[in-house]
Design a protein around this ligand. Sequence first.
Ligand code: DX5
Ligand code: ZN
Length: 222
Amino acid sequence: MINKISPSMMCADALNLGATLKDFEKNGIEYLHIDIMDGSFVPNFTLGTDYCKILKKATNIPLDLHLMVDRPEERLDWFPIGEGDIVSVHVESTKHLQKVLRAIKDRGAKAYVAINPATPLCMIEEVLCDIDGVLVMTVNPGFAGQKLIPQTLEKITKARKMLDANGKNDAEIEVDGNVSFENAAKMSKAGANIFVAGTSSVFTKDLTLKEGVKKLRTAVEI
Ligand code: DX5
Ligand code: ZN
């Protein structure tokens, strides 16, 4: 499976957004990870609907929307979701997971199910046929700059096995939270192939974006 980088836009310098997007395009960045928080499902507010619309107009890089909101099924229409985008919804956020995953696919996007560190993988068993990927949270969602929760590495391995055992060999595994160069290598070995790059990698102060991207790509080559 091809490794891909999805920089976490909440970690990008808002005052230099245009230049950052150009840099991403030049460096072959595959996705833009956009954290949508509602202050209820997670204890924070971050990026919102207008921001997504601005990015959609400004670049051809597909969006990777991470919805950390209650009842996502009522809010999909607020976002500019299209062909090639990823939309992740949390298994913990809705009573109608299958319905919202189908609604994402109906919009031509890739439906991913996101799972918090404490939620057992069996919670997604019944929707495997409705997903294109799993977003394994490796920290509790809400804030950048947290430390990896170690047992989530084993969960990546389990998720890969679960997908393969159910004929979902093409389903991708995305990891989000403290994806440092060192952790990314371990996550990659465990079976992850989309890496959300935040303050732990491409948005570190001591590296340029180009250097950070190169270092991350090297780190995840198995
Ligand atoms: C939460 C966010 C954070 C963060 C990732 O959903 O996506 O996990 O921005 O970047 P780090 O953990 O490297 O600061
Ligand atoms: Zn995220």
